[in-house]
Design a protein around this ligand. Structure first.
Ligand SMILES: [Ca+2]
Length: 189
């Protein structure tokens, strides 16, 4: 599933066909881009344009066939045509856990993406449990198929990948999908 809006934004230039625009500054006195355009692109006055049904998705001067976008095969050298940020849909996933550690301290927790440099609610913010024995429920917008790991910390204990997302963990990661993750009880130690 793709988000047309996001694809339109990321590949906006591709949709309009331009790869780059040459200016006189780029090429001294010579203007135009004849001979400077990459594979599957041609020079239209001062702009390299992807050939019909080709798009610019690699971050280079190369144009690839439209159908190569998000088809599960890396066609760009940097796999830019398969970047999950462009190819996956944002979905809402609810996480549920319970502070079962009666140490008198609330638990701070974050959810860490394993495929992007991203955490919920953010790398400098944390969810906080609402007290011993009460459900903590938070909903995040994650990329379908992303692996998301729980990291949590109270005054004396740490769970999952830890609040900073750096610890190894067992059974603390779940695939971003439509089903609620019921993480269960966080017990002391
Ligand atoms: Ca591809």
């Amino acid at each position: 599933m793709r988000s047309p809006l996001r694809l339109g934004f990321i590949f906006g230039c591709a949709l309009f066909g331009c790869v780059f625009e040459a200016t006189d500054d780029d090429y001294g006195l010579a203007s135009g881009c004849e001979g400077l355009c990459g594979p599957n692109a041609y020079c239209d006055y001062e702009t390299c344009v992807c050939a019909p049904s080709f798009v610019s998705a690699c971050g280079t001067d190369e144009c690839i066939p439209e159908e190569f976008l998000c088809d599960g095969v890396a066609d760009c050298g940097n796999a830019g045509d398969e970047n999950p940020v462009n190819c996956s849909a944002d979905i809402e996933q609810t996480w549920l856990l319970i502070d079962a550690c009666g140490d008198g301290a609330d638990i701070e927790w974050r959810l860490w993406s394993q495929t992007q440099d991203w955490a919920w609610p953010g790398p400098d913010e944390a969810f906080v449990t609402p007290g011993d024995g009460f459900n903590a429920v938070e909903t995040i917008a994650c990329l379908e198929g992303d692996l998301v790991c729980l990291g949590a910390r109270s005054a004396a204990f740490e769970w999952g990948v830890g609040l900073e997302g750096t610890l190894p963990c067992e059974n603390c990661c779940y695939i971003c999908g439509f089903e609620t993750v019921d993480f269960g009880a966080l017990e002391c130690g």
